[in-house]
Design a protein around this ligand. Structure first.
Ligand code: B1M
Length: 209
């Protein structure tokens, strides 16, 4: 637990090299990779967000914490991959227009890929048109996964779902991200909502059958 606490502190302070080393140390101690992710990393970003909200830290501090988190995820990644069922088809993923948050989206993508999908990651700030053009260029896509972290980009996720549904492509659309709820997902006509990365992968697998 001491290593996890140190890891949390290193991520919050944006000490990237220390954070990477502490993930290695926690793994060497035999800790469960999911516990390292949830307790040492994801919870920490929640605390960083709280500090930002209360004015204790500002965007640069949030940014360095995010860099440390992303570097730590890379160390953890090989240990998180589960048993992949081969050839589930493609999943196109992206964070919607106007939104630059990608840590959660990357975790969702990683889990979906580990579940057996071929991932097409469009990155952040992805317009509805880009999603549609990508789907047309990849007709074997089974799932589109849309991530949104800001209340101000919730209209963009709604627009993307509406546009994809109107484009006549046969795909299932799943949505998620901090401000998204099951009710909102239903309201905008998405085919599914998942609260976290692991359940997004399960949802992607079940929704295509
Ligand atoms: Co920003 N930010 N940020 N930020 N940021 C939040 C989201 C915020 C809640 C902080 C706060 O005020 N408490 C707040 C939003 C408030 C709101 O909308 N009401 C906020 C704000 C305001 C902003 C700016 C506007 C700040 C400014 O400039 N004044 C700005 C906006 C930029 C933009 O996007 N246009 C901004 C910028 C940034 C940084 C660039 C500095 C950085 C992002 C770096 C990056 O992503 N590369 C950043 C960060 C790091 C955060 C917090 C602190 C952490 C986000 C994160 O990575 N969490 C965040 C506070 C918080 O979340 N509590 C905050 C860890 C990650 C694993 O969780 O992304 O939620 P999350 O993903 C989860 C689930 O949501 C889910 O699975 C993941 C876990 O398993 N999930 C899905 C995500 N996508 C999914 C898709 C699915 C299913 C599940 O299906 C497809």
């Amino acid at each position: 637990m001491a290593t996890i606490n140190e890891l949390a502190k290193a991520i919050a302070a944006g000490r990237k090299k220390d954070a990477e080393a502490l993930v290695e140390a926690a793994l060497d101690e035999g800790m469960d990779p999911l516990e390292i992710l949830n307790k040492g990393m994801i919870d920490t970003m929640g605390l960083v967000g709280e500090k930002f909200k209360t004015g204790e830290i500002f965007v640069p501090e949030m940014l360095v914490a995010a860099r440390a988190m992303k570097a730590s995820v890379e160390v953890l990644k090989p240990h998180l991959s589960g048993e992949a069922s081969a050839g589930l088809g493609k999943c196109v993923i992206g964070t919607v227009a106007g939104d630059l948050h990608d840590i959660g989206k990357n975790l969702v993508g990683m889990m979906i890929e580990s579940a057996g999908f071929t991932l097409v990651d469009l990155g952040v700030d992805v317009s509805a048109d880009t999603f549609i053009n990508t789907l047309k260029a990849n007709p074997d896509t089974k799932v589109v996964a849309l991530s949104c972290l800001l209340t101000t980009t919730m209209p963009a996720i709604r627009d993307a779902v509406t546009a994809i549904k109107g484009a006549g492509v046969a795909v299932k659309i799943i949505v998620g991200g901090a401000p998204i709820t099951e009710g909102f997902a239903n309201e905008i006509g998405a085919n599914g909502y998942a609260p976290d990365a692991a359940s997004a992968a399960t949802l992607a697998k079940t929704i295509i059958v």
